[in-house]
Design a protein around this ligand. Structure first.
Ligand code: HDE
Length: 704
């Protein structure tokens, strides 16, 4: 497919270099005659120090790596466009939010804990960073796929990161929270209870980056033309729905394809299946700041959508893969401090700390203060100021002034206010108080919303949370840590704590561990306090369970088990119906090369029982043909279908292949579909739309 240029972002396109048909040169543009041999004294003699061409090549190579991000090191990016759909003019002056405005964007998704080369399917939060190249400068919405955070104050951030990262003595484990130091920290910080439930839920093991929600997490402010503020929470809602894999599956995907999410995003965009999200906002008038049972400045709290509905204000479409991973995805610098007129910070103490950290980290990671000039970071409307010099300066400033005020350049660049223009305006806010290092009492309820989250999940999702906690805490070596965490979970919900306790051989304590209490009282001396009565006990928006008559199979991957002699008619019949719904069919055979059809004719094939595994697919079909007899003898095939069944996926069998189900551990249910069933194609599609037959999970854990 021919690459589409993103004409919306010419500042990036103009830097794309095409080597096609060009002679190789040094970095100074000198044509290279021989790129195979260093300069030597005789063809068997020592090399010469005057080989400037060789040094030019090696010196660059020696410096190819830059420091990876200290968190969110592993990421995947894509370009796209955001189109605003609502009139928000009474609430914000933000130009890019004016109805009908189209703004180019670059998005980077990431995991948090793992190193740059770690697996995509780690149990972890996903970063969801969006850079809007607006006409009023760049705006970065640097969020996550989980709406709350572990900690309330930025001061604890390096600690929570050190705790989750590989332990410092042996640098084990990679991209995993299932170890002592993480749970040591979490079990001493009751404020982490809410987020820890989200990370132990299926949200932390997405099926695809195209199927995650995004949240700004903190409360921000919209500012209107009169300078009036409205509090705002940002939400990204994926058009494909929110879906996850099973934990057993996630662990196997990490082995079969550590790039599973990166590949999925790349392939979808290359195939023209552009992922889309609606951008939604929860708007809270300034006067309502203190109206809720929780504090809207506390980043460990959500505002349930039942209290403040999410209003959709636009749609983002990702439609172009980067040309070059390093130049774009790796060098992209996001910063929650990068705001445009009409948007402002709230006083959330976690957000306040972030305002400093990102610019600082980027100055270090990207080698100095000129990272704004890299094509991926450049504002589309240009930048004009008196800042100059520094490592790797790209812009060439004209004239003899680089100060303000000046008369020599007619006072330019001028301040917006001097010509009656509106630049960035901070929302007016009355601030009055003593300087203190302290935490507000309104931040001291740590369990009510953790309970709200757990109560809002389906029975299957709750079971997954219990299993995830049991897995992680079983990997913890220190029993005191397990006990402390169980005591925290007992405050959230005894059902949850007892179920996990059973798996750990421990009875959860009734009250918090004295050590946990000691740490909590450092922030809230009268801890625990009596929490306010919550407005809602359940929120319908927190569960990922697919509702009846909902769901889609667009871009889902369905494996067809074939071999030489398979019936083309049988393959084509289902393939046509699945493709009509937007799904992708992949043929899997015993060899690559050409597949021979029973009816004659051949088809190129690239996937085999050797290269692939059930965990890489959403559903399965075994068509008719002479291939059925071969599959009956193929243990890899049987493993495929057993594992697909164990992971609660839909499986369909053509008539002559129905007997193969009997050779496996598969039992008939609503996700196991036989061609002899009436309406089988429709039933298969319906089962795929449900994403998983989770009900199968507990009763049918089959060997695979
Ligand atoms: Fe970040 N975070 N963070 N963070 N964060 C970084 O910035 C930091 C927090 C988030 O795709 C770093 O350029 C502090 C919350 C994303 O490039 C660093 C605190 C949320 C990304 C940093 C937080 C995030 C980062 C590392 C607490 C969700 C990836 C490299 C005060 C709303 C951006 C970099 C990308 C990256 C600091 C907390 C999201 C070190 C100090 C809460 C998505 O600056």
């Amino acid at each position: 497919m021919k690459k589409k240029k993103n004409s919306d972002a010419p500042h990036i396109d103009e830097h794309v270099v095409d080597n096609m048909g060009k002679v190789m040169t040094t970095n100074d543009g000198v044509p290279v005659f021989d790129n195979n041999n260093t300069l030597k004294v005789g063809d068997r003699g020592p090399s010469l120090q005057q080989d400037h061409i060789f040094f030019d090549k090696l010196i660059h190579f020696d410096r190819e790596r830059i420091p990876e991000r200290v968190v969110h090191a592993r990421g995947s990016g894509a370009h796209g466009v955001f189109e605003a759909s609502e009139d928000l003019s009474s609430i914000t002056t933000a130009d890019f939010l004016k109805k009908g405005t189209k703004t180019p964007v670059f998005v980077r998704f990431s995991t948090v804990a793992g190193f740059k080369g770690s697996t995509d399917l780690a149990r972890d939060v996903r970063g969801f960073s969006v850079k809007f190249y607006t006409q009023e400068g760049n705006y970065d919405l640097v969020g996550n796929n989980i709406p709350v955070f572990f900690i309330q104050d930025a001061m604890n951030f390096p600690d929570v990161v050190h705790a989750v990262k590989p332990e410092p003595n042996n640098e084990i484990p990679q991209a995993a929270s299932a170890h002592d130091t993480f749970w040591d920290f979490i079990s001493l910080m009751p404020e982490a209870a809410h987020m820890s439930l989200w990370v132990m839920s299926d949200r932390a093991i997405p099926r695809s980056l195209r199927m995650i929600e995004g949240f700004g997490v903190h409360t921000f402010k919209f500012i209107n033309a009169e300078g009036k503020s409205t509090f705002v929470k940002f939400h990204w809602k994926p058009k494909l729905g929110v879906h996850s894999v099973a934990w057993n599956e996630a662990q196997k995907i990490s082995g079969f394809d550590a790039d599973f999410h990166r590949r999925d995003l790349w392939d979808a965009i290359e195939n023209g299946q552009f992922p889309q999200w609606d951008l939604g906002v929860q708007l809270i008038p300034e006067e309502d700041e203190m109206k809720f049972s929780f504090d809207i400045l506390d980043p460990t709290k959500i505002i349930p959508e039942e209290l403040v509905p999410v209003k959709i204000i636009g749609t983002m479409t990702l439609n172009r893969n980067p040309e070059n991973f390093f130049a774009e995805t790796e060098q992209a610098a996001f910063d929650p401090g990068r705001l445009v007129p009409g948007i402002d910070f709230s006083d959330d103490p976690l957000l306040q700390g972030r305002i400093f950290s990102y610019m600082d980290t980027q100055n270090y990671r990207l080698g100095g203060p000129n990272f704004h000039e890299l094509p991926i970071n450049r504002p589309i409307n240009g930048k004009h100021n008196n800042q100059k010099d520094g490592f790797s300066r790209i812009d060439i400033l004209k004239g003899n002034t680089s100060y303000f005020p000046n008369s020599q350049s007619n006072g330019c660049p001028y301040q917006a206010m001097l010509k009656g223009e509106v630049g960035y305006q901070t929302g007016k806010q009355q601030v009055d108080g003593k300087k203190v290092r302290a935490r507000s009492n309104s931040f001291a309820d740590h369990f009510t919303q953790a309970r709200l989250f757990f109560n809002s999940l389906s029975a299957e999702e709750q079971a997954h949370v219990i299993n995830a906690f049991s897995f992680e805490l079983s990997k913890v070596n220190t029993e005191d840590i397990r006990k402390r965490e169980l005591a925290i979970l007992n405050q959230v919900d005894p059902k949850l704590a007892n179920a996990i306790g059973k798996n750990l051989g421990l009875k959860p304590a009734k009250s918090l561990d004295p050590l946990t209490l000691q740490f909590a009282r450092q922030n809230h001396p009268n801890y625990p306090i009596q929490p306010n009565k919550p407005e809602v006990e359940k929120s319908a928006f927190l569960s990922m369970k697919v509702k009846d008559n909902d769901g889609s199979i667009k871009s889902r991957k369905i494996a067809f088990f074939v071999d030489d002699g398979v019936s083309k008619a049988s393959v084509d019949k289902l393939k046509k119906n699945l493709e009509k719904e937007g799904a992708m069919v992949v043929l899997i055979s015993s060899h690559v090369g050409k597949l021979k059809y029973k009816e004659g004719g051949e088809e190129p094939i690239q996937h085999t029982y050797l290269t692939d595994a059930s965990v890489l697919y959403d559903g399965f079909y075994t068509p008719d043909g002479d291939s059925v007899a071969k599959l009956a003898q193929n243990p890899d095939y049987l493993q495929f279908i057993n594992e697909g069944y164990r992971h609660c996926k839909a499986l369909a069998f053509a008539k002559s292949a129905e007997q193969l189900a009997a050779k496996s551990f598969i039992e008939k249910d609503q996700g196991v579909i036989f061609e002899s069933d009436p309406n089988w194609i429709n039933n298969f599609i319906m089962a795929l739309k449900k994403h998983r037959v989770w009900e199968r999970e507990n009763s049918r854990k089959v060997p695979s």
